[in-house]
Design a protein. Structure first.
Length: 388
């Protein structure tokens, strides 16, 4: 019997992307297009850069069936260490950055040790690091702000790549941003064609040509809109490069490496994973160590953007990172979330925050809406999986 050679696109896989577009368009109508301005698109990236970085690491924790409540405090602690070393001790920027990464790694190893070696529930351990990290931050900073930080350092969080602007219409357009958009789109087409070729080689069904063309067309519009708006402002933010590298790296790790498959196996069934020969203790340890390192990177980006280190930095970042993972499709039992899904979830949260602020809603209303969106997204996701 011949196997079916075509299969329709599973819309559930792209549900969150469609939701992201819908939320953005709704707030565009509500705010009279303010959220579509080049300056706001740039702010949207910079304001959510650290949440995206944290969501990438948090997803690995979520895939194991756990979370990390201490990330916001570790972000603040790492940022504080940079501020103290640069402002008080006049150290090199690179020495301060290295010190922050070491502190983040040690904090992650601390959690990993208690979770993997002593089998203490991650909820308890990370709750402890949340409290201890925030306390250490206040102690080191003496409840004061350290700054201003030098321009070379602030470039990390607030700088832009070199531009090549030309006059078009009533303003200028950065050709570097346009070039990057074209390269990104070419890579998307290349990997899509490669995926189709691989599926055909092994006899797997592929999507009809018109559906593939429609999907690529939608992606093209998103990429073009995104980079065109940046080209109308100051070009590509340096933090976008950091985000892009991290997302690509962790997408590769989770989808193409043994380490990534072990995380998914652990989240699916820890006992079965252990019986199959996976060193689950080692997986837990490196997942939380990795989370600590990404907290350090987020702390560096945040302090660079603010040009200072503050005791309250990173407040409630852990909630936004966790929400991003679950809105992006990570199941509560662990196991099916993706890096791209977590990034989409982070930007949905960011668009909600940004749109509600532009519309003038108070912070209490914003929290109600964010809570309802999180609960609704997870409920729909889980009900659809149970039905399936």
């Amino acid at each position: 019997m011949d196997k079916k050679k075509t299969v329709n696109i599973n819309m559930k896989e792209y549900g969150m992307i469609l939701a992201l577009i819908a939320v953005f368009l709704i707030f565009s109508v509500m705010t009279g297009g303010k959220n579509m301005s080049p300056a706001n698109i740039n702010n949207l990236i910079m304001q959510n850069s650290y949440i995206v970085i944290l969501a990438v690491g948090m997803l690995l924790c979520v895939l194991t069936g756990n979370i990390d409540l201490g990330v916001g405090s570790i972000v603040a602690l790492c940022g504080a260490s940079v501020g103290i070393m640069i402002v008080d001790y006049k150290t090199s920027m690179w020495v301060a950055i290295l010190a922050a990464i070491v502190i983040g790694a040690l904090s992650g190893m601390f959690v990993g040790f208690f979770v993997s070696k002593l089998s203490i529930p991650p909820f308890i351990v990370t709750l402890a690091t949340m409290l201890m990290g925030r306390g250490l931050t206040y102690t080191l900073l003496k409840a004061q702000t350290k700054g201003p930080l030098p321009a070379d350092y602030t470039f990390i969080g607030a700088g832009f790549l070199p531009t090549l602007k030309v006059n078009i219409g009533k303003g200028t357009v950065d050709l570097v941003s346009i070039g990057v958009a074209l390269i990104a789109f070419a890579l998307i087409i290349f990997f899509e064609m490669k995926s189709i070729k691989t599926k055909k080689k092994y006899g797997f069904p592929v999507n009809p040509l018109w559906q593939t063309a429609l999907k690529i067309g939608v992606i093209f519009l998103i990429v073009w809109f995104f980079f065109y708006k940046l080209s109308r402002y100051n070009g590509i933010p340096f933090v976008l490069v950091i985000m892009g590298v991290l997302v690509a790296l962790y997408h590769f790790i989770t989808s193409r490496t043994v380490a990534g498959r072990q995380i998914y196996a652990l989240g699916g069934n820890a006992k079965a994973a252990k019986l199959s020969g996976i060193n689950t203790d080692k997986v837990y340890f490196w997942v939380y160590t990795n989370m600590g390192i990404l907290c350090a990177i987020a702390g560096i980006v945040l302090s660079a953007r603010n040009a200072s280190a503050t005791p309250k930095a990173g407040d409630q970042f852990e909630l936004d990172a966790i929400a991003a993972c679950y809105i992006g499709g990570a199941a509560t039992t662990g196991g099916i979330g993706t890096i791209i899904g977590a990034v989409v979830g982070a930007f949905i949260m960011g668009i909600l925050n940004n749109g509600m602020s532009l519309y003038g809603w108070s912070t209490d209303i914003q929290k109600i809406v964010k809570g309802a969106v999180l609960l609704g997204a997870v409920t729909v996701d889980l009900l659809s999986k149970r039905k399936k």
